[in-house]
Ligand binder design. Structure first.
Ligand SMILES: O=P(O)(O)O[C@H]1O[C@H](CO)[C@@H](O)[C@H]1O
Ligand SMILES: O=c1cc[nH]c(=O)[nH]1
Length: 234
């Protein structure tokens, strides 16, 4: 047990899928895993462990934002020995050719800052996905016929953004979408020598202003879960 995770040693698998939303964790575990058991409910941050095609998998919420994700990812890696972390998140699209419900695979994650800023100091470290996971996820998405985009995303500290100029800059530089966790997940994966990837489903569109309701964000993004599971064990 850790301060934030109540699971017993051995109750967390080496492969963890991390949605921001703990209720998406519950839905995904009960929908896609066999024999899913709840292994954490500290602070309501639900985690479940089961198997997928015989492979042990944990699906655990990260909460919203990089500081929250950092707490769970640190404890999962350092205390529970997790080796592969795949974020399964929602995001806002920033390009016209990206549509609602499309899947984005985050090759890199730009940011204004991350919780690792104090460690990197003057270094502009470039957080990037694990290439093997990224390639396997792209293959899995194409095999499923999912509309998938691979490229850079923006990890923001705010959902309610007051910088239209910044979004314009991101859009002009080809950033595919915005979310709030991937950059720090990639920083931590690099620091501890583990694999990480962010697989995102477009829930909002910054250009068209379309937006899916919260129920859809919680329990309808099945393609990204299956892409993440397939990539983890490719
Ligand atoms: O749907 P999740 O995985 O929580 O991801 C996105 O949704 C939240 C904001 O609504 C942020 O956590 C953002 O990164
Ligand atoms: O962080 C997020 C997530 C979904 N949609 C957004 O616009 N931002």
């Amino acid at each position: 047990m850790t301060i934030h995770i109540g699971a017993a040693p051995g109750d967390i698998a080496e492969t963890v899928l991390m949605p921001g939303d703990p209720l998406r964790a519950e839905w995904a575990a009960k929908t896609f895993l066999d024999n899913a058991q709840c292994v954490n409910r500290v602070r309501g941050m639900l985690g479940f462990t089961g198997t997928w095609k015989g492979h042990p998998v944990t699906i655990h919420g990260s909460g919203m934002g990089m500081p929250s994700l950092s707490i769970y990812a640190n404890e999962l890696i350092r205390d529970y020995g997790v080796k592969t972390l795949i974020r399964i998140g929602s995001c806002g699209a920033m390009q016209e050719h990206v549509a609602i419900r499309d899947v984005i695979l985050a090759m890199t994650a730009s940011s204004l800052s991350t919780p690792s800023r104090g460690i990197f100091r003057e270094l502009n470290f470039a957080p990037c996905a694990n290439y093997g996971l990224l390639r396997a996820a792209a293959d899995a998405a194409q095999a499923r016929g999912v509309s998938v985009h691979v490229g850079g995303i923006y990890s923001s500290d705010v959902f309610y953004d007051e910088r239209p100029d910044l979004n314009e800059m991101m859009i002009r530089h080809g950033i595919l979408g915005v979310e709030m966790e991937a950059a720090e997940l990639y920083n931590l994966a690099a620091r501890y020598g583990v694999r990480a990837l962010a697989v995102l489903t477009v829930s909002d569109h910054l250009l068209t202003h379309e937006a899916l309701p919260s129920a859809d964000r919680e329990s309808s993004f099945g393609d990204m879960v299956e892409i993440a599971l397939t990539a983890a064990f490719a």
